[in-house]
Design a protein around this ligand. Structure first.
Ligand code: TRP
Length: 361
C-alpha cells in the first residue's frame, strides 16, 4: 500500500514564517519528492470554528488567505488535493463513531488541548466541540488513510490520539483504519520559530509575526526591530546567540551559499556566531544579512501570490474540485467503517436472511 499525506491548517489568519518552517516548506518538498501517492491538504475551517463559534466571519475571510498562501509557497493543485474540511460531511460521521472509543479523561490529558484551554481562558467553560477536536482530527487523518502527517511538535499528541483511535477501532471491529505517523520538521530551529520579539511563538495577537504576504518594507521593519541579546550594547561587547532571535532565524533559514552571495566576510554560520560571541560584531549587520536571506525566500512567494490574487474565482474552483475529490475518498473510508461496524444494514444480505429466519421460527 502506498504512502499518503494528510495535513492542514486552521484558517484563522494569513500564514507566517512559523508555518513556513514548521510545515509549508516541508510539504512542498514532500509534494515534489514523488515519494507519496496522494497528498491532501486541508483547510480546517470546522476545527477553527470550535473556538471561534461567535466569529465565523473570521474563518470565512481567511479561507482564501490560506489557500493563496499555499499556492504561493508552491503547493501545486495538480499534485496535491487542497480542500475545505466543512465540505466533507463524512468527517463528522466518522468522528461521531470515534467518540465512543475515547474517554473524557484521555482527552483531558492531551497536553496540546490543555495548553490551548489555558490560552483561551476556557477553564470554566470549555465548548464540547473544542474539547473533542482531537477526535475530529483523528477523522481527518484516518478518512484519507493517511500514513504520514507532516506537522509541528505541538501536533504530536493529536497524532498519538489518532493512532490510539485507529488501533482501538481495528481491535474491536477488525482491521480497517491506518495508523498514521507524524513527520516532524528535520531542523531543530524549525520545530518552533519564535516571534520577532523573542517570545516562544509567532502569534497574531502578539504582533510578532512575519507573514508570507508581508511587503519587503514590512519584513525589513520586523527584522530591524527583532529581539537580540539585551546585554549586547556596544559593538565590541561579546554577544549571546542563545535566545537571540536573529540567530535562531539564521539557524532556520541560512544556507552556506548565502555567505558568498550576501556576506563574503564569513564562510559559515559557525564563523559568524563565533565573531558575535567574541564581540566586535553589531546587531544591525547581522539583521541586514538575515533580511537579505528572507527577501530571497519571500520575493518569489509574494510574486506567485500576486498572480493568484488576480484570479480569485480560479482559487475557489481549485478548492471546490479538491473538496469534491476529498469527499469521494472520505466516503469510501466511511463505507468501510460502516461495514466493519456492521451498521451497513441495507447492504447486509446476511443480516436480512438471519432476521427472516429468526422471525419465521
Ligand atoms: N490542528 C491543526 C492546526 O491547528 C489543523 C488540523 C486539523 C490538522 N486537522 C488536521 C493537521 C489533521 C494535521 C492533520 O494547525
Amino acid at each position: 500500500m502506498g504512502k499518503i499525506i494528510l495535513t492542514g491548517d486552521r484558517p484563522t489568519g494569513r500564514l507566517h514564517l512559523g508555518h513556513f518552517v514548521g510545515s509549508l516548506r516541508r510539504r512542498v518538498e514532500l509534494q515534489n519528492s514523488g515519494l507519496f501517492d496522494k497528498i491532501f491538504i486541508m483547510i480546517a475551517d470546522a476545527q477553527a470554528l470550535t473556538d471561534n463559534a461567535d466569529n465565523p466571519e473570521k474563518i470565512r475571510q481567511n479561507i482564501i488567505e490560506v489557500a493563496l498562501d499555499y499556492l504561493a509557497c508552491g503547493i501545486d493543485p495538480s499534485k496535491s488535493t487542497i480542500f475545505i474540511q466543512s465540505q466533507v460531511a463524512e468527517l463528522c460521521e466518522l468522528a461521531f463513531y470515534y467518540m465512543n472509543l475515547v474517554t473524557v479523561s484521555r482527552l483531558q490529558r492531551n497536553p496540546t488541548v490543555k495548553t490551548e484551554i489555558q490560552m483561551r481562558n476556557f477553564e470554566t467553560s470549555i465548548p464540547v466541540g473544542f474539547f473533542t477536536y482531537p477526535i475530529s482530527q483523528a477523522s481527518d487523518i484516518t478518512a484519507f488513510r493517511a500514513t504520514t502527517v507532516p506537522a509541528g511538535e505541538d501536533q504530536q499528541p493529536m497524532i498519538e490520539q489518532a493512532r490510539e483511535i485507529a488501533r482501538r477501532f481495528n481491535g474491536i471491529y477488525g482491521d480497517t483504519l491506518v495508523e498514521p505517523e507524524i513527520l516532524l520538521p528535520d531542523n531543530a530551529a524549525c520545530m518552533r520559530l519564535p516571534g520577532t520579539d523573542g517570545k516562544a511563538k509567532m502569534s497574531k495577537s502578539l504582533g510578532n509575526c512575519i507573514y508570507l504576504s508581508d511587503s519587503s518594507e514590512e519584513v525589513r521593519k520586523r527584522v530591524m526591530s527583532m529581539y537580540t541579546d539585551p546585554d549586547h550594547i556596544r559593538v565590541e561587547d561579546p554577544g549571546k546567540i542563545e535566545g537571540n532571535t536573529v540567530f535562531t532565524y539564521l539557524d532556520a533559514f541560512c544556507q552556506p551559499e548565502h555567505f558568498a552571495k550576501y556576506w563574503p566576510d564569513y564562510s559559515s554560520l559557525d564563523e559568524l556566531k563565533a565573531h558575535y560571541q567574541r564581540g566586535g560584531l553589531g546587531d544591525v549587520k547581522v539583521k541586514k544579512f538575515l533580511y537579505a536571506i528572507l527577501e530571497e525566500l519571500l520575493t518569489p512567494i509574494r510574486e506567485r501570490r500576486k498572480e493568484w490574487e488576480k484570479d480569485i474565482p480560479a482559487v475557489f474552483d481549485i478548492l471546490k474540485k479538491g473538496s469534491e475529490a476529498a469527499r469521494a475518498v472520505a466516503a469510501n473510508t466511511l463505507a468501510d467503517v460502516r461495514s466493519a461496524m456492521r451498521i451497513n444494514y441495507f447492504d447486509d444480505a446476511e443480516l436480512i436472511a438471519e432476521q427472516s429466519r429468526k422471525f419465521q421460527g
